[in-house]
Unconditional design. Sequence first.
Length: 668
Amino acid sequence: MKVLNICLSLSFNATVLSDPSSFEDSYQNILKKVISFIYTNPQYKISFSFSGPQLEWFEKKHPEFLSILRELISKKQIEITGGGYYNPVFPLLSPIDRTGQIDLLTGELRRMTGKRPRGMSIVSSVWDRTLIPCFANAGMEWVQLDSSLIAPQNLHYLPLVLNEQGKIIRVIAAGRDLEQAVEKQISADSFISSVIKKVEKTVKNDSYKDSTNERIVYFYAEPETALKLIQNGWFEEFYTTAVSDFSSKVKLSLPTEYIHRCEEVIPAFVGAGIRNDVAKWCTVPYEAVETKNSWPVTINDFLLTYGRCQALYNREQYISMLISNCHGDKARKNAARQALWKAQAGEALICSPQGIFANNALRQTAYKYLTEAEKYIREAGDFKENVTSFDYNCDGHNEYICMMEKYTACISLRAGEINELNITGNYADNLRRLSKFDKVTDDYERGLFIEHVFDKSEFSDYKKGTPTGCGIFSKVLFKEVEFNSSKKEIKLKGEGTYSNLNLPVSLRKKYLMNSNGFTVQYILKNEGPIAFKGNFVVESNFAQTDFTSAETNSYKVDLISNGDGITYDQISKPASQKSISFVQITDSSNNISFVYEPNEEAGICCRPLYFKRPVNNASSNKVSGTTFVASLFWDVDLAAGMEMEKTINFTIITPKKRRQREKKSSAE
């Protein structure tokens, strides 16, 4: 080896889901200083990775930065790599969304900087070989992948060449060695020396030493690491040392520049995977676990571990399908796809290497974009309300998707619950409590219209927020009795056993959907040989949508009890009331109300519930999500073979509908 090409890259991939203040912080504290340094030293080179929203922000707030980028690109001092406009997790996208996001970022880079990218980076190196044809067709010549995805026998400090379906793309193995330099306080001189020695040791014994005189090492840093490199002077020291002390062995290069002149590539296979410092979070919820087997960890493992991320992905896939099947107004269809792409930002789907997970605010923002996309699709075609049945979340069981005028809901056979209720966001986007962080563990998913049957002591614990009961019917897999799409009617039946006597009980549950809500009818039957007493509970969990503070509760409750009106503007602890004939739960942040009208007077218990999760490390737990729990309940006293019937009319009042009601009331 005569020359070792060293490429340094800084990745800045904030999206529309990011805190806007982070854009200015990164610009002032990192980018401005790096670009000034490179500009005044023509022999230095560096590459950057930006998301589309960041480029939009530069154009609006700091157009002078783009002018300097154009000048440095023309001088071949910097390179800007491509990727997805909203920094998506590519394997989770449909082919049309993959190509569309790449083309959008490529076009904007060409417009703003005068040069189109030839290489690309992908969020957290979430890789799958099916991406190769897409990347190649989009005009990409190479892709940056974290070196932890590359088999040791293929790490020869040369580009790899991968093929799939007759298409090829080159891969540059990217190392995170700069993080180690910061953590271990390694000087720039020692860092470069150790890199040279490591490469020379590999080259000495490999079979490519006679076919090429050049090798490449590619190091990338994310904003946190880049800031530390600048603050401690390491960044400037590195460039100065490389040029002055190692000029005979080291050449500062740009990746595409090297790719175009390299003499040797290594045919290889890279299977599906994720960079190892993200993969460690993929198998046990919120715990860093190093994998010890030979099986690669993939993005699918992550989604299976974190149910709320999986639910958001399911919704994205559904909206993508609606857009692809839309043959109406092209302008609205394009607007819908643009909103979908915003929702696909990787921040809401996968955690950071430090274990920073998407919170409720990020997911709800993504759901809002998906709701916006669905609205455009409805406007683009001749929308008709419908209820369909298919395996929406690919769990092996059919779900019922109800696309109504005011909302879209997903009803699951698991507990017969509503696990999605999309209006402005997803009101069923709820976490479960975990004992490691919340002191107790919930054994069921917190959706809407979940049923329980408790004895007296269990019900007392339930009202305090303590997990209790045998899980009937909150964990039962219901069966379809009848489904009538034209009538928008769904009939389900769940069966289980009650108490330690294992008494068989059944629950028939009928949903009848309408434009503004639905009616739920229950028939609870004692299938056993002896009578039992208890409480029948219908629980709904409304996700928080006001994120002004972590523990905000934006829900207020209006009741009619024994003919008297009662209002709870703020509920901070468990509250309970009996003889209820009317309940209105209002989300003050969106001015959306949910009205319960039971056919017989019921009791109600409600409370906010907070979910804590680790921040940066498992010992620092903060509120990551909030839900408002509202449960209607009735006393149960059933003899053997007897049954009881209850019905709830559930109405959704949106701001538009509220204004119409107010006008009608004032006219009268």
